[in-house]
Design a protein around this ligand. Structure first.
Ligand SMILES: Nc1ncnc2c1ncn2[C@@H]1O[C@H](COP(=O)(O)OP(=O)(O)OP(=O)(O)O)[C@@H](O)[C@H]1O
Length: 348
């Protein structure tokens, strides 16, 4: 299937969207040109229209992106979750399409999906682990995911419906560690038009239409209803809100990290924070300081409820006992909050 794309508006839009990410990766590669690698970027390809359009745009743009004195090399990874009948054939077909587009190497990785975090969460965890392993194997500096503006808008709306805080409402990050999402500014209809214009025959995951999933109902019913009732541009508006929240949230994270350096004391048993320092901070910073302490010291991510339980040792102090978190105990003693490994306290 040699790709002879017409340069339609959709093809131009998707190609343009990948250029910045590829240029950033090329600059990174040029810093370390002798590092052993077989690919510089990997496209995470499910075979669906979004990731197929991404794969085709990257296949076109990568050889035109200079990484020092050589062009950028792009490969692909297809993860076979082994959950649906015929999944191996779907994965192999996607891999064939990637090879035909000129991506190299193209890896197919079969994963075993556990049960922790529900079926979707477990599949996602297995997929991300396989993608990271593929990057390690090939020496790739970035894994490109094909989430679109519509995916982002759905994520924000789902977060609003759950009453989430800014961390969820800011949606998916354009870059997080190895993972990059170059299509977050591109509408799904554009990736679909890209495939049609380029003669690419995408796979349509039946789960993407199954109304048992909240996300599918948001996509197929809720967002179209909002657009009808409130006017077009709702998806873009939701993403603008998410972008503003991300900016504010990043600023608060930055201030909290600065404060943590002043307020935190590291001891053998764990970490402690001065109550007076926590009191002097507004709630948003106090909660971040608590989360930072627990995450930095014990690698535990606190829910909002757990964070507020700990914060009450500061804001609603009446001599109450310790707060128990998974593997961590938080106790207030002498004007200080002590975060200690649960086992340490038990043997005191
Ligand atoms: N089986 C897979 N193998 C490799 N990458 C995947 C796989 N499933 C999803 N991804 C990557 O994660 C992104 C988001 O996945 P998600 O399931 O939310 O979207 P999707 O509906 O599968 O999108 P697409 O239209 O690309 O299939 C995909 O765009 C793709 O880049």
């Amino acid at each position: 299937m040699p790709l002879r794309p017409r340069l339609t508006p959709a093809v131009a839009d998707v190609r343009r969207a990948v250029r910045d990410t590829l240029a950033a990766t090329a600059a990174e590669r040029a810093q370390d040109p002798v590092a052993p690698s077989t690919a510089d970027v990997l496209v995470a390809l499910s075979g669906g229209p979004d990731s197929l359009a991404l794969a085709a745009a990257v296949a076109f743009e990568a050889p035109r992106t200079a990484a020092g004195s050589t062009p950028l090399r792009a490969g692909a990874v297809v993860v076979d979750h082994g959950l649906q009948e015929g999944s191996a054939e779907v994965a192999e077909r996607a891999a064939e399409q990637a090879r035909a587009l000129g991506l190299e190497p193209v890896l197919v990785r079969r994963v075993v999906v556990g049960s922790e975090g529900g079926p979707e969460g477990a599949a996602r965890a297995a997929r991300y682990a396989a993608l990271e392993a593929a990057a390690l194997e090939t020496g790739a500096l970035a894994i490109l995911l094909a989430h679109t503006l519509d995916d982002q808008a759905e994520t924000v709306l789902l977060g609003l419906a759950r009453g989430s805080g800014p961390t969820s409402l800011q949606g998916m990050e354009p870059r997080a560690g190895l993972f990059a999402r170059p299509l977050l500014g591109v509408r799904r209809e554009t990736t679909h038009a890209f495939c049609a214009d380029s003669g690419l025959d995408a796979w349509h995951d039946p789960q993407n239409r199954d109304p048992a999933f909240r996300r599918v109902r948001v996509r197929e019913t809720v967002l179209p209803l909002l657009e009808r009732e409130l006017g077009p541009g709702i998806a873009e508006a939701l993403v603008r809100t998410a972008d503003q929240l991300r900016e504010d949230s990043e600023a608060l994270d930055h201030f909290a990290e600065e404060q943590a350096e002043e307020l935190a004391d590291h001891a053998e048993a764990g970490i402690s924070l001065s109550v007076r320092g926590l009191e002097a901070n507004p709630a948003a910073l106090r909660q971040r300081l608590i989360r930072l302490a627990v995450e930095g010291e014990f690698g535990l991510t606190l829910s909002r409820r757990q964070t507020l339980d700990v914060a009450r040792l500061v804001t609603d102090w009446h001599g109450q006992g310790p707060v128990s978190l998974p593997g961590v105990t938080v106790v207030r003693r002498g004007g200080v909050l002590h975060f200690e490994a649960a086992a340490t306290l038990a043997t005191d």
